[in-house]
Design a protein around this ligand. Structure first.
Ligand code: ATR
Length: 296
């Protein structure tokens, strides 16, 4: 059976959404969205849809979402988050600025809107896990300049961080990101070199790792935390494993730590609410369920 027919059979006429990617088997989105469907007794379905990284395959996806009455939208993961943009009817301003879409919502008139909820998820998890952190009290250091960094830097600018020190192995990518996301006004994105990463922690209120360093099967992040104030929050968006070397090192010197699971869970909220209706929040029970699904 082709994957569209499988999804339609699973949904059995109920409203549905899905995670779309290539590959898509590893995605945790069905576990986290499925938790909310059950918790809120929604008679709906959230499935998986493998879609090849080809323009024609994305066009087929968009046509399917438009023409299927009970399709409510989808999430997008690698490698589709950027290539989908020109195929949608509307891109919301946040997603436009980030240049990537992770959530498609079908509107009442059948048109498709692209959103990006990664920055929302990042900030919500920060709010829950480090409620004392205030955006406007000092500089923030962000490591990495890939897709996740774009959403995170954008959200940190939105909440008024005065100075963001952006450090990436490939400096040119960080410069491009800084140029694209520096808002008008006094907020600054300062691009440092990768070799300076430990020095740049001086006076920071928040350190965020958005690189893949520390992920399962990847090398660890090599950084000296000596200059980082003990009151600073350390946030690693990696979620396999939940406790990276960075977080373990930060925790042992007394820094407040935030792992990547909260961001993963919170980024799913706006999609669920738009597709299925109920307002949702992240609970300890859901965290446990998804962590168990991750084998974390
Ligand atoms: P994502 O969408 O999760 O952000 P990505 O776009 O592939 O993933 O970005 C990965 C980030 O990890 C990049 O900032 C990358 O740095 P480069 O721009 O120099 O590639 C960073 N990264 C990956 N491996 C790294 C390594 N060994 N050392 C330092 N940075 C690394």
């Amino acid at each position: 059976m082709n994957p569209y027919d499988t999804l339609l059979a699973e949904a059995a006429g109920r409203p549905f959404a899905a995670i779309v990617g290539w590959p898509v088997e590893h995605s945790r989105s069905p576990a986290l969205q499925g938790f909310w469907l059950k918790q809120h007794h929604v008679d709906g379905h959230y499935g998986r849809l493998p879609v090849k990284p080809e323009r024609a395959a994305l066009e087929e996806l968009v046509a399917f979402l438009r023409k299927t009455p009970n399709a409510r939208g989808c999430n997008l993961t690698l490698p589709h988050k950027v290539e989908i943009l020109p195929l949608l009817d509307r891109i919301d301003p946040v997603a436009r600025r980030i240049g990537a879409v992770n959530t498609i919502v079908k509107q009442a008139d059948g048109t498709l809107e692209g959103r990006n909820t990664d920055g929302f998820g990042f900030l919500e998890a920060l709010k829950y896990n480090a409620p004392h952190w205030m955006p406007d009290t000092g500089p923030v250091v962000v490591l990495g300049a890939g897709g996740a960094a774009r959403a995170i830097v954008s959200s940190l600018m939105d909440v008024g961080v005065p100075e963001l020190r952006l450090v990436n192995r490939t400096r040119g990518t960080a410069i491009d990101l800084g140029v694209a996301l520096t808002p008008p006004g006094g907020q600054r994105i300062v691009v440092g070199s990768w070799d300076e990463r430990s020095e740049l922690l001086d006076g920071a209120t928040l350190l965020v790792n958005t690189t893949s360093l520390g992920m399962k099967d990847q090398p660890g992040l090599d950084i000296d935390l000596a200059k980082l104030p003990h009151e600073a929050v350390v946030y690693d968006i990696v979620y396999v494993p939940l406790e990276t070397y960075l977080l373990a090192a930060a925790r042992s010197r007394g820094n407040r730590c935030v792992d990547g699971l909260g961001m993963l869970l919170h980024q799913g909220r706006p999609g669920f609410e738009a597709w299925f209706g109920p307002r949702v929040d992240v609970s300890a029970a859901q965290r446990h369920a998804v962590a168990a699904d991750l084998g974390a």
